[in-house]
Write a protein that binds this ligand. Structure first.
Ligand code: ZN
Length: 251
């Protein structure tokens, strides 16, 4: 299965964006499943927002780099956001997301397309490299995370010198959450909003809920969005993306 794929020299790419924010990416994953994870340094504890596919271990890398294990918050239970959740001792997620009983997922295009109800043809394998010799993408499964604690709308995640607010914004998935730093206007949005076509017809998706969630998001004083996929963007782009979706849904 992996005979044609090269071995990646390193699996994760970490980019320090400012004194507290590090972007974690998996560059050898094909775009559909190439998600962003965000590491935030806090005074009392660190926070990780999402954790990639779980193709190879992430927690030991973070312990080595930052000297301690973060609290993990999973924005939703899709494989590209929660794959490594089983590695972490503290995992927060909305109760409507199946973090403890996830859909198995797949790195094989036709299998994943069937699971997610996608019409578009996907490549046979959703990786462009493997993490080590002998890695079999066909054996990939999402592993359940234990001891998840529930996060619901209005909850706070306190890192010491600053606090993030949880908002429940369903539509992409039933229990999609975002984290909003009201102090500096930074939004960690998962798959609720990113700069591409928004997916509202995956299993558990709901366009009407999505529209309601995006109207709510539009009313917040967001300055910078750090999304689950692709590049970060500012307030004007956020409003443009929201308005484009709402125009389609409301016709
Ligand atoms: Zn998703």
């Amino acid at each position: 299965m992996n005979a044609d794929l090269p071995v990646a020299p390193q699996w994760f790419r970490l980019t320090e964006l400012d004194e507290r924010t590090t972007l974690i990416e998996e560059p050898h994953v094909r775009p559909l499943l190439r998600a962003n994870a965000w590491h935030l340094r806090g005074r009392d504890r660190d926070l990780l927002v999402d954790c990639g596919l779980g193709v190879t271990a992430l927690a030991p890398l973070l312990r080595k780099r930052f000297g301690r294990e973060p609290l993990l918050v999973v924005t939703h239970a899709h494989l590209d956001h929660m794959g490594s959740a089983h590695e972490f001792r503290q995992v927060g997620a909305h109760p409507l997301e199946r973090v403890g009983d996830p859909v198995p997922g797949s790195l094989l295009g036709p299998v994943l397309a069937a699971q997610m109800g996608l019409d578009a043809p996907l490549p046979p394998v959703l990786l462009t490299a493997v993490p080590h010799h002998g890695y079999d993408p066909g054996a990939y499964r999402v592993r359940p995370a234990d001891g998840t604690h529930p996060l619901t709308d209005g909850d706070h995640v306190d890192l010491g010198e600053h606090t993030l607010t949880v908002l429940h914004l369903p539509g992409h998935s039933p229990g999609s959450i975002v984290l909003f730093d009201e102090h500096d206007g930074t939004l960690f949005s998962g798959d609720v909003i990113y700069d591409d076509v928004l997916l509202d017809s995956l299993p558990g998706g709901d366009p009407q809920q999505y529209a309601h969630s995006l109207r709510r998001l539009r009313s917040l004083p967001v300055r910078l969005t750090r999304p689950g996929h692709g590049s970060s963007f500012g307030r004007n782009r956020l409003h443009h993306l929201i308005d484009g979706y709402l125009a389609c849904v409301t016709g």
